[in-house]
Design a binder for this molecule. Structure first.
Ligand SMILES: [Zn+2]
Ligand SMILES: [Zn+2]
Length: 342
């Protein structure tokens, strides 16, 4: 089968089209013909050798939509032809986290693409339980984004923060790939979205995503403005996609008993917290990461109903994935890069 792989870590140009062996499904697996695959910033880091423990010579990509082409002997044969997305975490299904529905926390798991067998190929194999049926009529390019960008936004917004109708949610780095999807997830439950961006150019797209208010804050001193706009009440939830230069201001923007969800680690710097502020306001600080299986189901529903419209900045044929990596590295694309067609 055709695939895109890389012999060494390096610049985007190391990604080359190749012919590799088509995987054979095990008894509990399905073989999926890949129709669309999202390109994630994580792939860019993997290709550059910036993810510890990785090796070259593998097929990257964990954002996959396609149709079941073959079924293993223990999988109902009727599933052949089913249109699916692949839940990217190959979880054990037996640990206490998996059994409580938190496959994202499974410590006996690995992520498709990080161990090879990823989405930059004509086919991939996955356990049948990881192949999640997508709603009828959903575009494969949209569906490919269900597991990672949209699913991660669902996890943070509805899973960790449990945003409710009428609450006020502050989103930092709102013009980024996560922020633009989080705004839409927040709006899907009729909460109020206040978006923060340091860039005037991104205000337009943030409004298009459905933010109720956009605060352009080049110096990232936004808490005074948030305070003013919320009638000195503060926000119930902060979705922190930036953290390094924003965390103090985010904490100062909170209402009593607010939750601050940490997703971003741009700059990978330590931040200070004021314990007095955390105690007096009873602020809860929580990390968030990959989607659970359930989050992906919710993401697919939000995509199928149009509540979330993914921002796709470029659609490229699979052999041109290196161009997608270059665009992302140079920040030359707003929204996601999706691969479709050979
Ligand atoms: Zn991803
Ligand atoms: Zn597990």
């Amino acid at each position: 089968m055709k695939a895109v792989t890389f012999a060494d870590f390096g610049a985007p140009s190391v990604l080359k089209e190749a012919v590799v062996e088509r995987p054979i499904p095990g008894p509990d697996d399905v073989l999926v013909r890949i129709h669309a695959a999202g390109v994630c910033y994580h792939d860019v880091l993997s290709r550059g050798g910036k993810i510890p423990g990785g090796a070259p010579n593998r097929v990257l990509g964990h954002e996959i939509a396609g149709e079941i082409a073959e079924t293993g002997e223990n999988v109902p044969a009727e599933r052949k032809g089913e249109r699916v997305v692949i839940y990217q975490r190959l979880y054990c299904g037996q640990c206490r986290y998996c059994l409580s529905g938190r496959q994202d926390l499974c410590r006996n798991s690995r992520v498709l693409g990080e161990c090879g067998g990823g989405g930059y190929a004509e086919f991939t194999c996955a356990p049948a339980r990881n192949a999640i049926r997508m709603p009828d009529g959903l575009d494969m390019k949209f569906a490919a984004l269900a597991v990672c960008p949209v699913g991660t936004s669902v996890r943070a917004t509805l899973g960790v923060a449990q945003v409710e109708p009428g609450q006020t949610v502050l989103i930092t780095g709102a013009g980024g790939g996560l922020g633009l999807h989080q705004i839409q997830v927040v709006k899907s439950v009729n909460a109020h979205a206040i978006a923060i961006t340091s860039s005037k150019e991104k205000a337009e797209i943030i409004s298009q995503a459905g933010a109720d208010e956009v605060i352009i804050s080049p110096d990232l001193k936004f808490s005074g403005e948030v305070w003013r706009r919320t009638g000195k009440q503060g926000v119930d939830v902060v979705l922190e996609n930036v953290v390094s230069n924003t965390f103090g201001e985010s904490l100062r923007s909170t209402a009593q008993n607010a939750i601050v969800v940490v997703l971003g680690n741009i700059g990978a710097k330590r931040v200070e917290i004021d314990p007095g502020l955390v105690i007096t306001r009873r602020i809860r600080i929580a990390g968030s990461g990959n989607a659970t299986y359930k989050d992906v189901k919710i993401a697919l529903h939000l995509l199928a109903t149009g509540a979330v419209r993914p921002f796709i900045g470029a659609v490229l044929p699979f052999p041109r994935v290196s161009e997608g990596h270059a665009m992302m590295e140079e920040r030359g694309v707003v929204g996601r890069v999706v691969l479709s067609g050979w």
